[in-house]
Design a protein around this ligand. Structure first.
Ligand code: PLP
Length: 369
């Protein structure tokens, strides 16, 4: 697929021009509506997720906002899981405060709570396949079935799993969201987002809204994402295999109080993850016995792993949620999310597992002093 690095397209026939502005499957007219490179990416991700079509966005948050703003109106009610990506949690709070949205929170594996929370104004159930940073797995079949019973849509952020580990539409989701910034593009060199739809009418509605919203992806970033996706399956295998090595060894390490990775039988989501995911994902977190000072020492001691936000690239990244990604939570909210002052998140890359283990063990020694 070439890069169609253009904002617009030229026409011979005025009626083809006019028609292209009204639907996603007409002629390519203007970059905010559609672009051939972007469309190729949309079709590739829709294919991987088993959806009918997809709309790309300039970032994961662009895709999430496109869906929330495109489908909801003031007074509508959303049921969301407690453990949400920070940007999404912030956006929902803002929609509540300034636009009169109502939101109820439930556990990601409690379909009875969904049914109990439903009101006449409820429009959407919002889930994440694997939550950050404690890696709880949502009970997608049961939660989507409850939403269907209640007559509401389900949107699932599948960024952490990628379509290699899980395809939420197969479990009843109506919309699948991605930050393609992460595993799909895979090289930490761009921002991108995607919304995939199980239903054509829903797709057309959100596409129309996306044309007005303008969170449009750049053709070059879309091309890089397509290129990255060619190795997605191979990268995911290595991310997951490395995570298994690190999680298993960290669980035995004297400086570590607990490891959170769904592949461990001690993880509360282990049985569900074994049923729902083809592997146990590349992100893990662990709690240092030494609390926050140990966490801070660990962060400055890593050498191969990088102290950086995000995940899904080839390099291993570590961060301290309590002081960075989850800094806006108070102690009670941190405790409710299961995040301690000594919790470290590791987004495991595709380096050699022994090199990573050497790095983590030397950093653990320093953290433990
Ligand atoms: C990163 C991320 C997002 C936001 O994506 P951006 O590309 O940073 O806008 C949303 N959901 C999850 C689970 C993420 O990890």
């Amino acid at each position: 697929m070439p890069i169609y690095q253009t904002s617009g397209f030229q026409f011979e026939d005025p009626s083809v021009f006019a028609d292209g502005m009204t639907r996603p499957d007409g002629a390519f007219v203007y970059g905010r509506y559609s672009n051939p490179t972007v469309r190729s990416l949309e079709e590739a991700v829709a294919g991987l997720e088993g959806g009918v079509a997809a709309v790309a966005a300039a970032s994961g948050m662009g895709a999430i906002n496109m869906v929330l703003l495109g489908l909801l109106q003031p007074g509508d009610h959303v049921i969301a899981q407690h453990a949400l990506y920070g940007g999404t949690a912030h956006m929902l709070d803002d929609l509540v405060e300034r636009f009169g949205l109502q939101v109820s929170y439930v556990a990601e594996d409690d379909p009875a709570a969904v049914l109990a929370a439903v009101r006449p104004q409820t429009k959407l159930l919002y889930l994440e396949t694997i939550a950050n940073p404690m890696t709880q797995v949502a009970d997608l079949p049961a939660m989507c079935a409850a939403a269907r019973e209640a007559g509401i849509l389900t949107a699932v952020d599948n960024t952490f799993a990628s379509p290699i580990l899980c395809r939420p539409i197969e479990h009843g989701a109506d919309i699948v969201l991605h930050s393609t910034t992460k595993y799909l593009s895979g090289h930490a060199d761009l921002l991108g987002g995607m919304a995939v739809f199980a239903d054509d009418a829903l797709y057309r509605k959100v596409w129309s809204y996306s044309c007005a919203l303008g969170a449009t992806p750049d053709p070059f970033a879309s091309w890089l994402t397509l290129r990255g996706m060619q190795t997605l399956a191979v990268r995911m295998e290595r991310h997951c295999a490395n995570a298994r090595v690190l999680a298993t060894r960290l669980a035995e390490h004297p400086a570590v109080a607990a490891v959170h990775w769904p592949g461990l039988t001690t993880h509360p989501s282990h049985d569900l993850a074994a049923k729902l995911l083809s592997d146990f994902n590349g992100v893990l977190s662990f709690d240092l016995r030494g609390g926050r000072p140990a966490g801070e020492r660990f962060m400055s001691a890593v050498r191969l792993a990088l102290l950086a936000p995000s995940l899904g690239g080839v390099e291993t990244l570590v961060l301290h949620p309590a002081s960075t990604s989850h800094r806006l939570l108070d102690d009670a909210q941190l405790a409710q999310a299961g995040i301690g002052q000594g919790t470290v998140r590791v987004a495991v890359g595709i380096e050699h597992a022994e090199d990573l283990w050497d790095d983590l063990t030397q950093a653990l020694e320093i953290a433990d002093q």
